[in-house]
Design a protein around this ligand. Sequence first.
Ligand code: EPZ
Length: 420
Amino acid sequence: MDKIVVEKSPALKGRVRVSGSKNAALPILAACLLGTEDIYLDEVPDLEDIRVMCEVLESLGSKVSYPEKGKLIINSGGLKEYKTPFELMNKMRASFLVMGPLLTRLGRTENSLPGGCAIGSRPIDYHLKGFRALGAEIEEDFGNITAHAKKLKGSRVYLDFPSVGATENIMMAAVLAEGETIIENAAKEPEIVDLSNFLRKLGAKVMGAGTSTIRINGVEKLGGARYSIIPDRIEAGTFMVAAAITGGDVLVENVISSHMLPMMAKLEEAGCTLTEDGDSIRVQGVAAPREIEVKTLPYPGFPTDMQAQFTAFMTQCKGSSEVIETVFENRFMHVEELQKMGAEIRIEDRRATVFGPSQLTGATVKASDLRAGAALILAGLIAEGKTTVTAVHHIDRGYDRIEEKLRGLGAKIYRISEED
Ligand code: EPZ
């Protein structure tokens, strides 16, 4: 398995361009199963998770071609298979997002239960509640889920929690259902809006994405589209924290600042200077950032996917900073690794208190998930000596060449590939 080595680096300086959003691209790729003509996607990030999702589409009968980096052409006119291969399902739980499209397009779908992961059990009860509300029969046995319905019928679905994946899966199931579907307490993330915009380009009738109530009126058939994926707000936030933690001065390009408000507010509260300039944000760090308090919440609250990166930053903030993780039940695995580097962090249930500033020292640390891995790289930038981050395959799932992008800003960072 590859490793990434980070040495104490100077304050990062320069400019870095953010790639397309992983968490917008994955549901949009699943939604390509709904189209019957050529779909041209642009700004697709070059990530392991994207490659896995393309394998899933091809295994189901879609034609996928890669004319050049960042672009995909997909045609699901010949879609016939409703079973997602176990080994692909197991590789990436987001493959479960094909369930809604297959159910509504073919009337049947069979998937293995998506596994949990390091950050939590990741149940799918809200997804299944939505499919049942639309009239699907669902059987669960031996770790497999089978759903079928002659024709889904529009219905009202209330989500007990604004689940991103459940909102996406139900929205995709509803676009070819008979009649109107109303999703209440829907997730409002920008990735939901991007999926809705894509579906509308295909000819779907979706209204209200980005609010708590989404209305979908089913149509007979969907065609093709040309679509460009929105920038990745979490990758952008990660580079903003890289500037803050090193006291640097970085221009983060290809950003939609309205998607970044919680991260921008927290960096400014810590004393950083942020300047917006069109689709770029300049982040100037300070030598002694102030303590901050972060509570993760569904959008538009502070994103849970930025919690680990901010926890690393808080080790350099003067005083005691607080992190409360309300979205996932086990998303503090990076804390133990940061403590190995000398961080002073106390955890009580879902609250972590970070005392700073502390002089971290390099260590060998393990990435438990992609955001924890990114946090450890950020900590390595300011730790004395050398930090070796292992299990970086987690990081590669969500970051497109993170070490090259950081090196472009002056970071002392390099990858040791397994064969090296
Ligand atoms: C999406 O996961 C993202 N993944 C996650 O990003 C992100 O952390 C999460 O949304 C929250 O923003 C993708 O978009 C591919 P949820 P998802 O359903 O859809 C519980 C990353 O780092 N829940 O909103 O799985 C669940 O256990 C990844 O890029 C149920 O109880 O998140 C969790 O506690 C990590 N039942 C909470 O809701 C359900 O049926 C939020 O989950 C579904 C979810």
